[in-house]
Every structure is written in C-alpha cells, then in structure tokens.
Design a protein around this ligand. Structure first.
Ligand code: GEK
Length: 251
C-alpha cells in the first residue's frame, strides 16, 4: 500500500475544549487533523452545500476550460467539483496557503478514484493565476481574506471567468439589523451546542476566530460581485448566518 492509499487519521475536534490562552485561529496541523469534524459541526449547511457544488459545477463547467477551488482545505469542495465535471479536457486546480491542509488534501484526492486529474497548489489565492475559467469555488474562504483585498480578488476571478461561467461563493455573513444579528448568532450557537460543543468551546473558538474571519452583509457581497464584473448574483442556500451565492457571467 503506498503512502497516499492510506486514509489520513481524522480526529474529533476538541481544540477549544480545555481552557486556553487567547490566540488567533490558524489553519495549522492541529486544525487540519480535526477539520472534517470541525467544519461539519460548526458550519450549518456544509453537508448540503458540498454535494450541491457538484450539481452546480455540472451545470456551468464548459469543455476545454479551467475550474478552480480557492481555499480548498482538505478537498471536499474540490472533489465535489471533480465529480461534477463531465468533460475530460477540463482542468481542475485546488489552492490553499496552509501546508498542513494541502499535504492532507493530496491523500484525499489520491483516495478518490475519479479519473480527472487535480492539481494542488500551496499558495495565497491572491497570487494564483486564473485563466479561461468556467467554474470557480470560494467555499467559506473569502471571509478569511482581509476585507480591503476582497475586491481585487473578485475582480481577478470575474476577469478570468468565461461568458456563461460561474463563481460559487459561500460565506458566513452578518446582518444590518442588530436584532437579526443576535437571533441568527444565537441559532448558530444552538446548532453548535446540538452538535456537542460546550459553551466554553463555543466562546473560546469565537474569540480565536473573530480577528481572522470578518463577515460582511449579503448586500455588500452582492454589490461587490456586481462591481467585479458578474452579471447576475443569487442566493441558492442560506441557513442562519451562512449563505452560498451563485454569481454568473452572461453568455
Ligand atoms: C471546503 N473550501 O471544505 N490563500 C489560500 N488559502 C486561504 C487563504 C488565502 N489567502 N485564506 C484562507 N485560506 C473548503 C473549506 S476553510 C473554511 C475552506 C473554514 C484557506 C485556509 O487555509 C483554509 O484551508 C480555507 O481557506 C478555509 O469546502 O475553515 O471555515
């Protein structure tokens, strides 16, 4: 059995279970080890969004084009795209700037038997060269890019996107109304509690992540996508403060 034939060891997320010193959240080896469990128990709708990325990719992938998964982590969204691409002359590239994620992602890609090759790149998505793109996915990645750098990244994606092509953008959002913000946040925390996280885990994770994950309103996202050069933007999924949008260019 070669190294990549063995499934990487996955663990239950207990990273914030014990009292710890405040520190910013990082996508390091400890997070990579527990990531499938962490994201499934923390992001409402994640287990629906992943298979729908396959469905959407199938609709928008074009023959002879390039598809990109930006911020691919362990490749869940990359594999969904791979299975949605029906043309064998398409290319698929997954990009992440966490070495720990990319290293593990290689194993998951190798374990999947779909014949379409996947290129993995360990780099900042702001440096990634994008061309001839039919489908690009940012599945909960843009929220980690500093807000002032988001327009140029989306402009680059829109410029590279072919007529009839699409961007799938999933994000944690915030709400203009304080009332709604409080209700949706409470519901999200209840979701985490129902998935076995304690109050201590929820509050310590929240403090660690709030400096690095900056949510914006749905209107801000829609406007930025339009300004970047997408012709149509719609929300195809929402659960509490987690949303997935489809931004497309006209044919
Ligand atoms: C999934 N899409 O499972 N350049 C490259 N990668 C980045 C950058 C950047 N500038 N900023 C953050 N990342 C995946 C889930 S997780 C979402 C995506 C979450 C990477 C970061 O290293 C991490 O792996 C990923 O974006 C975000 O469908 O943890 O909530």
């Amino acid at each position: 059995m070669s190294k990549t034939d063995r499934p990487p060891q996955q663990q239950t997320d207990r990273l914030f279970a014990a009292e710890r010193q405040p520190d910013d959240f990082r996508f390091d080896a400890a997070v990579a080890r527990v990531f499938p469990d962490m994201i499934r128990r923390s992001v409402p709708g994640y287990t629906t969004i992943i298979p729908m990325i396959e469905v959407i990719t199938e609709q928008y992938a074009q023959p002879g084009s390039n598809c990109y998964d930006l911020g691919c982590s362990l490749g869940a969204s990359t594999l969904a795209m791979r299975h949605g691409i029906v043309f064998n002359d398409c290319s698929l590239t997954g990009v992440d700037n966490s070495e720990a994620m990319v290293e593990r992602c290689e194993h998951y890609i190798a374990l999947d038997d779909h014949p379409l090759p996947v290129s993995l790149r360990c780099e900042d998505i702001q440096e990634t060269e994008l061309t001839n793109a039919s489908v690009t996915t940012l599945n909960f990645t843009l929220q980690f890019v500093p807000p002032e750098q988001r327009s140029s990244l989306l402009g680059k994606i829109a410029k590279a996107t072919l007529p009839g092509g699409a961007l799938i953008l999933s994000e944690k959002i915030r709400f203009e109304s304080e009332d709604e913000q409080a209700i949706q946040t409470r519901l999200h925390h209840e979701f985490k509690r129902a998935n076995g996280y304690s109050d201590l885990e929820i509050s310590q994770k929240r403090s660690a992540i709030e400096q690095v994950l900056i949510p914006e309103t749905l209107d801000a996202h829609k406007q930025r996508l339009k300004d970047a050069g997408f012709d149509r933007v719609l929300v195809w999924y929402q659960c509490f403060n987690f949303v997935s949008m489809l931004a497309t260019k006209a044919d």
